[in-house]
Each structure stands twice: as C-alpha cells, then as structure tokens.
Design a binder for this molecule. Structure first.
Ligand code: A3P
Length: 288
C-alpha cells in the first residue's frame, strides 16, 4: 500500500509529494531541453549530490564560487522537482541539471536535442543501505521498518522511483548513442581525477591540471561534509533530521556487508541477477 499522504504515483513510480507537484511534473513534460544542457541522471542515493558538486566547475573552467555560495539544489536543480519551474528558466547556460527519471519519462524535447547525459550507477546493495538511513532521517518519507522489510520493498520496486533494475536498464537506450556516458559511484571513489578526466573529455572541455586538482579536492567526501552549501545543513531538522543520520553519511563502497545476512544477500543477489539477465550490462560489483 502506497501512503497517499506522503507519495504520489507518476506513471507507476512512487515520488515524494513534498518535492513533486502537478505543476512540476507538467513542467518536466514540457521542458525545453537545450543542446548544451548536461544531465546527471541517477537512481536515488547513487551520487546525485556528488555530481551537483562536480559539474558546475567542470562546465565553467574550474570556478568553485557557485559550489561555495549556492546550495546544491539551486546550482544544479532537479528537472522534476517543485523548484524546477522557478530555477531552470533562469539558470545561465551551459546548464547542469540532475534527474532521477527513467529514460522513457524524459521530456520529448530531450530526445530531439543534443543534450548530454552522465548516468551514475552504484552497487544496489549500497544504494539500499544508503536509502534505508535516508528514510530514517527524511521526515517526508515513511519509516523504512526493519532492514529486511525495506529490502523487500526495494526489490519489489515499492520505493522512490521504482525498481533499481528498471532504472538502470531504461538508460541503456541505444538511441542515445554517444550522448550518454556511464560511470559508477565506485569508480569515483577509487579515482575521482580519472573519472573527471573522462567527463571533461565527454563534454568536450578542458581544465588545467591545477584547476582539476582543485575540483577533485573540493569534492572529496570530507570537504563536502563541511560545505554548508552541499551537506544539507541548511534544511531544517523537521525535514531532514541529521541527528538521526547525516545526509552525507559514510561515503564508502561495501557498507552493505555490515547490513546483509548471508540469506538476505543470497536473495537480493538472485533477484537482481534474474532481472538483469539478458541485458548485457556488467558492473564491477556483479560477483561480490
Ligand atoms: P551513503 O549514505 O552511503 O553515505 P544521493 O546524493 O544520490 O542522494 O546519494 C547520497 C550518497 O552519496 C550518500 O551515501 C552520500 O554520503 C554519498 N556521497 C555524496 N557525496 C560523496 C562524496 N564526495 N564521496 C563519497 N560519497 C558521497
């Protein structure tokens, strides 16, 4: 049962009502994508906030002013959220925009544009753990219940933006060809500089070695945690209670090992493997 007070259904996907209105979803459908727009698309808890830190300086020649003075949700707005109509039309180009939408729910202008997409995937086991703690601290979401209960909801897609497997598969749309770059949260953790180099190359941009170092340094977990424009401390406790769990919580790969029993791990792995079968999508964590 979907809690109608907290969630709305949009094309079968559960979206939090606090951030999605009829107006914002209409705006999404009719949004006019520009050729020089860059989208960072994620399934929730896969590195969205990290991309909001990284993209502005990569697009503007390495200037960190916006990440130090403008909250992440204003500097790289969500395409589908309530503030989109207010923010996006005023945002100077080249715009960086984030979205959790599956590919088929992107506005039609997106498919007729040359706009680029960076799709960030994360090990779904760590996505689940991160989401579990997020549900504990976000007062606009229902209590996740036990970890096992929340795992069942996650696997059946009764969570924000539906099933992880559907999301990942939707963005392997061959129509996008070289307009999309696939990266993972784990690659960013392992070697952020290398991934930023790939993103710059994909976007046809360059930064000096010094400027790139500064972007890397600014977007480490440690430094983002102290950046009030990025750590969500500007959001009141009644909305996001960081006394329960920090938004920037652990920032590691493999925390799932502290949460999954062997039985739960076997069940989770077999459901995900079954749903990914035949997709030809391979991830570094497939055999974990
Ligand atoms: P954890 O809860 O596992 O710590 P999103 O922004 O999509 O909601 O994802 C949030 C997750 O990304 C959180 O994961 C958060 O800590 C992590 N994250 C954000 N910035 C990060 C960074 N610079 N380095 C590592 N992890 C980061």
């Amino acid at each position: 049962m979907v809690d109608n007070n907290l969630y709305r259904l949009y094309h079968g996907l559960m979206l939090p009502k606090i951030a999605h209105t009829d107006e914002s979803l209409n705006y999404l459908q009719n949004f006019q994508v520009k050729d020089d727009d860059t989208f960072a698309v994620t399934y929730p808890k896969s590195g969205t906030t990290w991309m909001q830190e990284i993209l502005p300086p990569l697009l503007n020649g390495g200037d960190l002013t916006s990440v130090q003075t403008i909250p992440n949700w204003d500097r790289v707005p969500w395409l589908e959220e309530t503030q989109a109509p207010v923010l996006l039309d005023k945002l100077p180009s080249p715009r960086a925009i984030v979205s959790h939408m599956p590919c088929h729910l992107m506005p039609s202008s997106f498919f007729n544009s040359k706009a680029k997409v960076i799709y960030v995937a994360r090990n779904p086991k760590d996505v689940l753990v991160s989401s579990f703690y997020f549900h504990k601290m976000a007062n606009f979401l229902e209590d996740p219940g036990t970890f096992e209960e929340f795992t069942d909801k996650f696997l059946s897609g009764k969570v924000l933006f539906g099933k992880w497997t559907d999301h990942v598969k939707s963005w392997r749309n061959p129509e996008l060809a070289d307009r999309i770059l696939y990266i993972t949260y784990e690659e960013m953790l392992q070697d952020l500089r290398e991934v930023l180099g790939r993103i710059l190359n994909f976007l046809g941009r360059e930064l000096s070695a010094d400027a790139l170092d500064r972007v890397v340094n600014n977007s480490t977990f440690k430094n983002m945690k102290t950046n009030t424009m990025s750590n969500y401390s500007l959001v009141p406790d009644v909305v996001l209670d960081q006394k329960k769990s920090n938004f920037l919580r652990k920032g590691i790969a493999g925390d799932w090992k502290n949460h999954f029993s062997p039985e739960l791990n076997a069940k989770f792995t077999s459901v995900i493997q079954e749903e990914m079968k035949g997709s030809n999508i391979k991830f570094s964590w497939d055999n974990e």
